[in-house]
Design a protein around this ligand. Structure first.
Ligand code: PLP
Length: 381
Protein backbone atom coordinates (compact mmCIF):
# COMPACT_ATOMS: atom_id res chain seq x y z
CA UNK A 1 0.00 0.00 0.00
CA UNK A 2 2.80 2.35 0.98
CA UNK A 3 4.44 1.66 -2.36
CA UNK A 4 1.41 3.03 -4.19
CA UNK A 5 1.35 6.05 -1.85
CA UNK A 6 5.06 6.64 -2.42
CA UNK A 7 4.68 6.51 -6.19
CA UNK A 8 1.74 8.93 -6.04
CA UNK A 9 3.71 11.33 -3.85
CA UNK A 10 6.77 11.15 -6.14
CA UNK A 11 4.71 11.61 -9.26
CA UNK A 12 2.96 14.65 -7.82
CA UNK A 13 6.33 16.30 -7.18
CA UNK A 14 7.75 15.28 -10.56
CA UNK A 15 4.50 16.22 -12.31
CA UNK A 16 4.05 12.88 -14.02
CA UNK A 17 1.72 9.94 -13.54
CA UNK A 18 2.36 7.19 -10.96
CA UNK A 19 2.49 4.70 -13.85
CA UNK A 20 5.69 6.38 -15.02
CA UNK A 21 7.41 5.76 -11.67
CA UNK A 22 9.49 2.64 -10.83
CA UNK A 23 11.44 1.94 -7.66
CA UNK A 24 14.76 0.18 -6.95
CA UNK A 25 17.29 -0.54 -4.20
CA UNK A 26 19.67 2.12 -5.57
CA UNK A 27 19.76 4.81 -8.24
CA UNK A 28 22.32 2.87 -10.30
CA UNK A 29 19.87 -0.02 -10.60
CA UNK A 30 17.31 2.39 -12.03
CA UNK A 31 19.90 3.53 -14.60
CA UNK A 32 20.66 -0.07 -15.48
CA UNK A 33 16.94 -0.70 -16.05
CA UNK A 34 16.71 2.37 -18.29
CA UNK A 35 19.71 1.30 -20.39
CA UNK A 36 18.32 -2.19 -20.69
CA UNK A 37 14.90 -0.91 -21.76
CA UNK A 38 16.65 1.10 -24.46
CA UNK A 39 18.25 -2.07 -25.75
CA UNK A 40 21.79 -1.02 -24.88
CA UNK A 41 23.98 -4.06 -25.38
CA UNK A 42 27.41 -5.35 -26.28
CA UNK A 43 29.52 -2.94 -28.36
CA UNK A 44 27.05 -0.07 -28.07
CA UNK A 45 28.26 3.30 -26.84
CA UNK A 46 26.65 5.60 -24.29
CA UNK A 47 27.77 9.21 -23.93
CA UNK A 48 28.22 10.49 -20.36
CA UNK A 49 29.82 13.50 -18.66
CA UNK A 50 33.51 13.18 -17.75
CA UNK A 51 32.58 14.17 -14.21
CA UNK A 52 30.37 11.55 -12.70
CA UNK A 53 30.01 8.75 -10.21
CA UNK A 54 31.65 5.42 -11.05
CA UNK A 55 28.33 3.60 -10.83
CA UNK A 56 27.21 5.40 -14.00
CA UNK A 57 29.89 4.01 -16.36
CA UNK A 58 29.58 0.72 -14.45
CA UNK A 59 25.92 0.29 -15.41
CA UNK A 60 26.96 0.77 -19.05
CA UNK A 61 29.88 -1.63 -18.79
CA UNK A 62 27.74 -4.30 -17.14
CA UNK A 63 25.74 -4.44 -20.37
CA UNK A 64 28.89 -4.92 -22.45
CA UNK A 65 28.61 -1.38 -23.81
CA UNK A 66 31.25 1.37 -23.65
CA UNK A 67 31.01 4.68 -21.78
CA UNK A 68 32.16 7.59 -23.96
CA UNK A 69 33.02 10.69 -21.97
CA UNK A 70 32.50 14.35 -22.80
CA UNK A 71 34.43 17.06 -20.95
CA UNK A 72 32.55 19.51 -18.77
CA UNK A 73 32.11 23.27 -18.74
CA UNK A 74 33.91 24.79 -15.78
CA UNK A 75 31.06 27.12 -14.84
CA UNK A 76 28.40 24.40 -14.69
CA UNK A 77 30.34 21.21 -13.90
CA UNK A 78 28.07 19.62 -16.52
CA UNK A 79 28.76 18.15 -19.93
CA UNK A 80 29.79 20.69 -22.57
CA UNK A 81 27.04 20.32 -25.19
CA UNK A 82 29.35 21.61 -27.92
CA UNK A 83 31.57 18.56 -27.41
CA UNK A 84 28.82 15.97 -27.74
CA UNK A 85 28.35 15.79 -31.49
CA UNK A 86 31.99 14.98 -32.35
CA UNK A 87 31.93 11.80 -30.25
CA UNK A 88 28.76 10.36 -31.75
CA UNK A 89 29.36 7.24 -33.86
CA UNK A 90 27.15 4.62 -35.47
CA UNK A 91 27.45 2.67 -32.22
CA UNK A 92 26.05 5.44 -30.01
CA UNK A 93 22.77 4.49 -28.38
CA UNK A 94 22.10 7.13 -25.73
CA UNK A 95 23.30 10.33 -24.06
CA UNK A 96 23.21 10.82 -20.28
CA UNK A 97 23.07 14.36 -18.94
CA UNK A 98 23.52 15.04 -15.27
CA UNK A 99 22.30 17.53 -12.64
CA UNK A 100 25.72 18.04 -11.08
CA UNK A 101 25.33 19.41 -7.53
CA UNK A 102 21.67 19.91 -8.49
CA UNK A 103 22.19 22.08 -11.57
CA UNK A 104 20.44 21.23 -14.85
CA UNK A 105 21.92 22.84 -17.93
CA UNK A 106 21.69 22.73 -21.69
CA UNK A 107 19.13 19.93 -21.69
CA UNK A 108 17.30 21.09 -24.81
CA UNK A 109 20.55 21.49 -26.71
CA UNK A 110 21.50 17.90 -25.89
CA UNK A 111 18.02 16.62 -26.76
CA UNK A 112 18.24 18.38 -30.11
CA UNK A 113 21.50 16.62 -30.92
CA UNK A 114 20.04 13.30 -29.77
CA UNK A 115 17.01 13.74 -32.03
CA UNK A 116 19.22 14.51 -35.00
CA UNK A 117 21.04 11.18 -34.60
CA UNK A 118 18.06 9.22 -33.33
CA UNK A 119 19.55 8.61 -29.89
CA UNK A 120 17.88 8.13 -26.52
CA UNK A 121 18.41 10.66 -23.73
CA UNK A 122 18.66 9.93 -20.02
CA UNK A 123 18.80 12.46 -17.20
CA UNK A 124 20.92 11.57 -14.18
CA UNK A 125 18.95 13.41 -11.52
CA UNK A 126 20.80 11.79 -8.61
CA UNK A 127 21.50 15.31 -7.32
CA UNK A 128 18.36 16.91 -8.67
CA UNK A 129 15.17 15.52 -7.14
CA UNK A 130 12.81 18.42 -6.49
CA UNK A 131 14.74 20.89 -8.62
CA UNK A 132 13.59 22.43 -11.87
CA UNK A 133 14.87 23.11 -15.35
CA UNK A 134 13.23 26.03 -17.13
CA UNK A 135 10.15 25.71 -14.98
CA UNK A 136 9.59 21.96 -15.22
CA UNK A 137 10.80 19.36 -12.69
CA UNK A 138 14.22 17.84 -13.31
CA UNK A 139 13.72 14.60 -15.19
CA UNK A 140 10.82 15.86 -17.32
CA UNK A 141 12.67 16.34 -20.58
CA UNK A 142 14.60 13.20 -21.49
CA UNK A 143 13.25 9.79 -22.50
CA UNK A 144 13.84 8.60 -18.96
CA UNK A 145 15.42 9.86 -15.75
CA UNK A 146 16.66 8.39 -12.52
CA UNK A 147 17.08 9.71 -8.99
CA UNK A 148 19.01 8.50 -5.97
CA UNK A 149 17.85 8.67 -2.39
CA UNK A 150 21.18 7.57 -0.94
CA UNK A 151 22.51 9.26 2.23
CA UNK A 152 23.66 12.52 0.70
CA UNK A 153 21.08 13.04 -1.98
CA UNK A 154 18.20 15.58 -1.99
CA UNK A 155 16.16 13.38 0.34
CA UNK A 156 17.48 10.22 1.87
CA UNK A 157 16.13 6.74 2.44
CA UNK A 158 19.59 5.38 3.26
CA UNK A 159 19.81 3.80 -0.16
CA UNK A 160 17.22 4.01 -2.90
CA UNK A 161 16.54 4.59 -6.56
CA UNK A 162 13.67 6.06 -8.53
CA UNK A 163 13.10 5.84 -12.27
CA UNK A 164 10.68 7.88 -14.29
CA UNK A 165 10.00 7.10 -17.89
CA UNK A 166 8.69 9.78 -20.23
CA UNK A 167 8.99 7.94 -23.53
CA UNK A 168 5.91 5.72 -23.75
CA UNK A 169 7.75 3.27 -26.02
CA UNK A 170 9.99 2.29 -23.11
CA UNK A 171 7.32 1.62 -20.48
CA UNK A 172 6.60 -1.97 -21.52
CA UNK A 173 10.27 -2.92 -21.45
CA UNK A 174 10.72 -1.38 -18.00
CA UNK A 175 7.59 -3.16 -16.74
CA UNK A 176 8.96 -6.44 -18.10
CA UNK A 177 12.10 -5.97 -16.00
CA UNK A 178 10.05 -5.65 -12.80
CA UNK A 179 9.74 -9.41 -12.40
CA UNK A 180 13.55 -9.82 -12.50
CA UNK A 181 14.06 -7.58 -9.48
CA UNK A 182 15.68 -9.43 -6.59
CA UNK A 183 14.20 -9.03 -3.12
CA UNK A 184 16.53 -7.45 -0.56
CA UNK A 185 17.52 -9.98 2.07
CA UNK A 186 16.34 -9.83 5.67
CA UNK A 187 19.88 -8.92 6.78
CA UNK A 188 20.17 -6.09 4.26
CA UNK A 189 16.85 -4.69 5.35
CA UNK A 190 17.79 -4.99 9.01
CA UNK A 191 21.16 -3.25 8.60
CA UNK A 192 19.58 -0.50 6.53
CA UNK A 193 16.89 0.00 9.16
CA UNK A 194 19.53 0.35 11.88
CA UNK A 195 21.53 2.80 9.76
CA UNK A 196 18.51 4.93 8.93
CA UNK A 197 17.56 4.97 12.59
CA UNK A 198 21.06 5.92 13.79
CA UNK A 199 21.28 8.66 11.20
CA UNK A 200 18.00 10.06 12.42
CA UNK A 201 19.65 10.42 15.82
CA UNK A 202 22.12 12.94 14.49
CA UNK A 203 20.61 15.95 16.11
CA UNK A 204 23.59 18.19 16.59
CA UNK A 205 27.09 18.84 15.30
CA UNK A 206 28.75 16.84 18.03
CA UNK A 207 26.81 13.69 17.22
CA UNK A 208 27.51 14.33 13.53
CA UNK A 209 31.27 14.10 14.07
CA UNK A 210 30.94 11.07 16.30
CA UNK A 211 28.89 9.42 13.54
CA UNK A 212 31.37 10.37 10.83
CA UNK A 213 34.08 8.54 12.74
CA UNK A 214 31.76 5.60 13.43
CA UNK A 215 30.73 5.28 9.75
CA UNK A 216 34.36 5.53 8.62
CA UNK A 217 35.20 2.70 10.97
CA UNK A 218 32.30 0.57 9.75
CA UNK A 219 33.02 1.01 6.08
CA UNK A 220 36.75 0.45 6.55
CA UNK A 221 35.88 -2.87 8.11
CA UNK A 222 33.24 -3.75 5.54
CA UNK A 223 30.46 -3.67 8.08
CA UNK A 224 28.17 -1.37 6.20
CA UNK A 225 25.60 -1.73 3.42
CA UNK A 226 27.46 1.17 1.98
CA UNK A 227 26.80 2.78 -1.30
CA UNK A 228 29.71 1.13 -3.12
CA UNK A 229 30.67 -2.49 -2.78
CA UNK A 230 34.38 -3.23 -3.24
CA UNK A 231 33.89 -4.85 -6.61
CA UNK A 232 32.12 -1.76 -7.96
CA UNK A 233 35.33 0.18 -7.44
CA UNK A 234 37.61 -2.32 -9.06
CA UNK A 235 35.97 -4.30 -11.79
CA UNK A 236 33.46 -4.06 -14.55
CA UNK A 237 31.61 -7.23 -13.75
CA UNK A 238 28.07 -6.92 -12.52
CA UNK A 239 27.94 -7.66 -8.77
CA UNK A 240 25.80 -10.53 -7.60
CA UNK A 241 22.26 -9.51 -6.66
CA UNK A 242 22.71 -6.11 -8.32
CA UNK A 243 19.25 -5.78 -9.81
CA UNK A 244 17.51 -5.33 -6.50
CA UNK A 245 14.10 -4.03 -5.56
CA UNK A 246 13.34 -1.29 -3.08
CA UNK A 247 12.35 -2.43 0.42
CA UNK A 248 9.47 -1.38 2.63
CA UNK A 249 11.78 0.46 5.05
CA UNK A 250 13.05 2.69 2.23
CA UNK A 251 9.51 3.47 1.14
CA UNK A 252 8.54 4.25 4.72
CA UNK A 253 11.55 6.56 5.15
CA UNK A 254 10.91 8.19 1.76
CA UNK A 255 7.33 9.08 2.58
CA UNK A 256 8.49 10.76 5.78
CA UNK A 257 11.42 12.60 4.22
CA UNK A 258 9.44 13.96 1.31
CA UNK A 259 7.31 15.96 3.74
CA UNK A 260 10.38 18.05 4.56
CA UNK A 261 11.81 18.41 1.07
CA UNK A 262 10.44 21.85 0.17
CA UNK A 263 11.72 23.33 3.39
CA UNK A 264 15.18 21.80 2.97
CA UNK A 265 15.41 22.99 -0.62
CA UNK A 266 14.55 26.55 0.41
CA UNK A 267 17.32 26.40 3.00
CA UNK A 268 19.73 25.10 0.33
CA UNK A 269 18.95 28.06 -1.92
CA UNK A 270 19.29 30.60 0.87
CA UNK A 271 22.68 29.24 1.94
CA UNK A 272 23.89 29.09 -1.66
CA UNK A 273 22.99 32.75 -2.13
CA UNK A 274 25.07 33.64 0.92
CA UNK A 275 28.04 31.58 -0.31
CA UNK A 276 27.81 33.19 -3.74
CA UNK A 277 27.72 36.64 -2.22
CA UNK A 278 30.84 36.18 -0.10
CA UNK A 279 32.81 34.51 -2.91
CA UNK A 280 31.80 37.19 -5.40
CA UNK A 281 32.79 40.02 -3.08
CA UNK A 282 36.18 38.39 -2.65
CA UNK A 283 36.58 37.84 -6.42
CA UNK A 284 36.61 34.06 -6.11
CA UNK A 285 35.00 31.41 -8.33
CA UNK A 286 31.26 31.32 -7.58
CA UNK A 287 28.07 29.88 -9.06
CA UNK A 288 26.55 32.53 -11.29
CA UNK A 289 23.15 33.92 -10.27
CA UNK A 290 21.98 33.27 -13.84
CA UNK A 291 22.02 29.56 -13.04
CA UNK A 292 20.05 29.83 -9.80
CA UNK A 293 16.60 29.14 -11.29
CA UNK A 294 17.79 25.75 -12.55
CA UNK A 295 19.85 24.89 -9.46
CA UNK A 296 18.89 22.81 -6.46
CA UNK A 297 22.20 23.39 -4.63
CA UNK A 298 22.45 19.95 -3.14
CA UNK A 299 26.04 21.03 -2.46
CA UNK A 300 27.94 24.22 -3.22
CA UNK A 301 31.14 23.71 -5.23
CA UNK A 302 34.31 25.45 -4.14
CA UNK A 303 37.73 25.34 -5.83
CA UNK A 304 40.68 25.36 -3.45
CA UNK A 305 44.45 25.61 -3.84
CA UNK A 306 45.67 22.98 -1.38
CA UNK A 307 42.86 20.53 -0.88
CA UNK A 308 44.50 18.38 1.77
CA UNK A 309 45.26 21.38 3.89
CA UNK A 310 41.78 22.72 3.33
CA UNK A 311 40.21 19.46 4.49
CA UNK A 312 42.40 19.41 7.59
CA UNK A 313 41.41 22.93 8.54
CA UNK A 314 37.74 22.18 7.89
CA UNK A 315 37.78 19.10 10.08
CA UNK A 316 39.52 20.99 12.86
CA UNK A 317 36.95 23.77 12.64
CA UNK A 318 34.15 21.17 12.39
CA UNK A 319 32.91 22.30 9.00
CA UNK A 320 31.08 19.56 7.12
CA UNK A 321 33.09 19.86 3.94
CA UNK A 322 32.19 17.38 1.19
CA UNK A 323 34.62 15.48 -1.03
CA UNK A 324 32.63 14.70 -4.18
CA UNK A 325 34.48 14.42 -7.48
CA UNK A 326 37.97 13.95 -6.13
CA UNK A 327 38.20 12.05 -9.40
CA UNK A 328 36.34 12.60 -12.68
CA UNK A 329 34.88 9.13 -12.01
CA UNK A 330 34.22 9.56 -8.33
CA UNK A 331 35.58 7.98 -6.15
CA UNK A 332 37.98 5.91 -8.29
CA UNK A 333 41.50 7.35 -8.16
CA UNK A 334 43.49 4.80 -10.12
CA UNK A 335 43.29 2.71 -13.28
CA UNK A 336 40.64 4.88 -14.85
CA UNK A 337 41.47 3.21 -18.18
CA UNK A 338 39.42 0.26 -16.96
CA UNK A 339 36.45 2.61 -17.29
CA UNK A 340 37.61 3.72 -20.73
CA UNK A 341 38.73 7.06 -19.24
CA UNK A 342 41.93 8.79 -20.25
CA UNK A 343 42.77 11.91 -18.24
CA UNK A 344 44.52 13.71 -21.07
CA UNK A 345 41.32 13.83 -23.13
CA UNK A 346 39.39 15.63 -20.41
CA UNK A 347 41.57 18.45 -19.14
CA UNK A 348 38.77 20.51 -17.59
CA UNK A 349 37.20 17.69 -15.60
CA UNK A 350 40.63 16.41 -14.58
CA UNK A 351 41.83 19.85 -13.50
CA UNK A 352 38.69 20.62 -11.50
CA UNK A 353 38.76 17.22 -9.80
CA UNK A 354 42.11 18.23 -8.28
CA UNK A 355 40.72 21.41 -6.73
CA UNK A 356 37.11 20.78 -5.86
CA UNK A 357 35.47 20.49 -2.46
CA UNK A 358 31.89 21.26 -1.56
CA UNK A 359 30.11 23.23 1.12
CA UNK A 360 27.04 21.96 2.93
CA UNK A 361 23.86 23.74 1.90
CA UNK A 362 21.37 22.17 4.29
CA UNK A 363 22.99 23.59 7.39
CA UNK A 364 21.13 25.84 9.77
CA UNK A 365 24.43 27.35 10.83
CA UNK A 366 25.72 28.93 7.68
CA UNK A 367 27.28 31.74 9.70
CA UNK A 368 29.93 29.28 10.83
CA UNK A 369 30.62 28.25 7.24
CA UNK A 370 30.77 31.86 6.07
CA UNK A 371 33.27 32.70 8.80
CA UNK A 372 35.29 29.67 7.81
CA UNK A 373 35.33 30.86 4.18
CA UNK A 374 36.40 34.35 5.26
CA UNK A 375 39.19 33.09 7.44
CA UNK A 376 40.54 30.82 4.70
CA UNK A 377 39.78 32.97 1.70
CA UNK A 378 43.41 32.96 0.54
CA UNK A 379 43.20 29.18 0.02
CA UNK A 380 40.25 29.50 -2.37
CA UNK A 381 40.46 30.10 -6.14
C1 PLP B 1 24.83 9.04 -6.23
C2 PLP B 1 24.93 9.13 -7.69
C3 PLP B 1 24.44 8.12 -8.55
C4 PLP B 1 23.95 6.78 -8.09
O1 PLP B 1 23.10 6.72 -7.05
P1 PLP B 1 23.01 5.41 -6.12
O2 PLP B 1 21.65 5.53 -5.52
O3 PLP B 1 24.10 5.54 -5.11
O4 PLP B 1 23.16 4.22 -6.97
C5 PLP B 1 24.47 8.35 -9.92
N1 PLP B 1 24.98 9.48 -10.42
C6 PLP B 1 25.47 10.45 -9.64
C7 PLP B 1 26.01 11.69 -10.29
C8 PLP B 1 25.49 10.31 -8.26
O5 PLP B 1 26.02 11.27 -7.50
Amino acid sequence: MNEVKYKIKISSILMCSPEQVFLYWKGRVALYAILKSMGVQKDDEVIIPAFTCVVVPNAILYLGATPIYVDIRPETYNMDPDKVEPVITTKTKAIICQNTFGLSTNIEQIIKIAKKYNLFTIEDCAHGFGGHYNGKPNGSYCDAAFYSTQWNKPFSTGLGGILIVNNKDLIEAIKCLECYKIKPSVTEKLILTVLIFTRSLIINEFSYWVMVKFFRFLSKNNLIVGSNQGEELSGNKIPENYFKNISSIQIYAGLKKLELLDKVNLLRMKNAMDYTRILKVNKKVFVSEELFDNHLFLKYPLLVKDRELFFRIAEKEKIMLGDWFLSPIHPVLENLESWNFNHSNFPIATGISKQIVNLPTDTNENRKVLEFISRNISLIY
